[in-house]
Design a protein around this ligand. Sequence first.
Ligand code: ADP
Ligand code: MG
Length: 150
Amino acid sequence: MEKYTWNSHSPEETFEFGERLAKHLTPGDVLTLEGDLGAGKTSFTKGIGKGLGVQRVINSPTFTIIKEYKGHIPLYHMDVYRLEHSEEDLGFDEYFEGEGVTVIEWASMIEEMLPEERLDIYIYHTGNDERTFELRPKGERFISLCKELL
Ligand code: ADP
Ligand code: MG
């Protein structure tokens, strides 16, 4: 398994990393985010939104599961925590194969429904303001994306 790590030292750095990553993304890309509460999943997603040209403020979608944002490329922001390993399918494929980039927080809850080609990102809380990002690309395209990015 390919694995790439990157360290963040502040919320701003995390935001900028998301913004930089977003510049490499294209419609139909799927990213998953794993990490404890407060790891920085939403902060990172806000940066991705900026990079995709989203104007609206991105908030945690915890109570809505899926939020759609317009941008140069639309952003589909999901937080599937509440699904808790259920088989409930909210039409995920329509998003994964849609015009936008999908970012899924707590994606392990819907493991079986995820596309094979995707970028899995694990965020570890390694200190006060320190976070370690572990990128695990699935498929050639995301492997070369990681090589370019890091
Ligand atoms: P999650 O969505 O994973 O629960 P959030 O992005 O909502 O996490 O919250 C992350 C919290 O951690 C914010 O309060 C942020 O200011 C703080 N933080 C401190 N250092 C960092 C860092 N390096 N990267 C991201 N967030 C950080
Ligand atoms: Mg969050």
